[in-house]
Design a protein around this ligand. Sequence first.
Ligand SMILES: O=C(O)COP(=O)(O)O
Ligand SMILES: [Mg+2]
Length: 226
Amino acid sequence: MVPPLALDIDGTLTTPDHRIDPRVFELLPEWDAPIAFATGKAFPYPVALAHFLGREETVIAENGGVAYADGETTVVGDPDAAWAVVEAFRERGGEIGWGDGDTVNRWRETEVALSTDADEALLREVAAAVDDVEVVDTGYAYHVKSTGVSKGRALRVVADALGLAADEFVAIGDSENDVSTFEVAGESYAVANADAAAREAADEVVEDGFMDGTVSVLERLRERAE
Ligand SMILES: O=C(O)COP(=O)(O)O
Ligand SMILES: [Mg+2]
């Protein structure tokens, strides 16, 4: 039997130019064990991915702020504290950086995400003055979120809902927001493009980056299961 997977999305299932790698649509519909999509993106994104892969909607969104498994939604974190930081950041001239519309935050329930073009030093300075809030850099956005909320914590909730233990999952990821998943999963892999925090936390850093790296792990897991 292949193991359950906890898969990061950006940097792990994507191409370097942020597109979903087409191999996702070949490999994941057939994976014969649960897959939890664990992302910093807002709730609708991983739900849509699971839906269009024809898979159960088992997702961790907003870096663990929102988890959904077996029809049950769990929401944790303090969006007001995150928005207070972002308002203070704006008062000092900072900009969220997504332009008009801001679909990045429109459906976000527990935290705020800012563009990597935003003034990181100012954001960190403002956030440091507020208790229980931290800034996480995924390489794709700066997330202002409650401390203690994490993908790893959400993976425990999701695993429990599925009647599994979190350490039955194999995790693959690429950044700081995957460290907690790596700690909770039984086995963890960072793809070659991963940041220092993810590389340090993973059991193994694979040779290839992005989906090439993920495919190499999936192939290995499949061979092991045969
Ligand atoms: O939303 C982000 O900033 C990154 O998303 P990811 O966790 O899927 O890599
Ligand atoms: Mg990522």
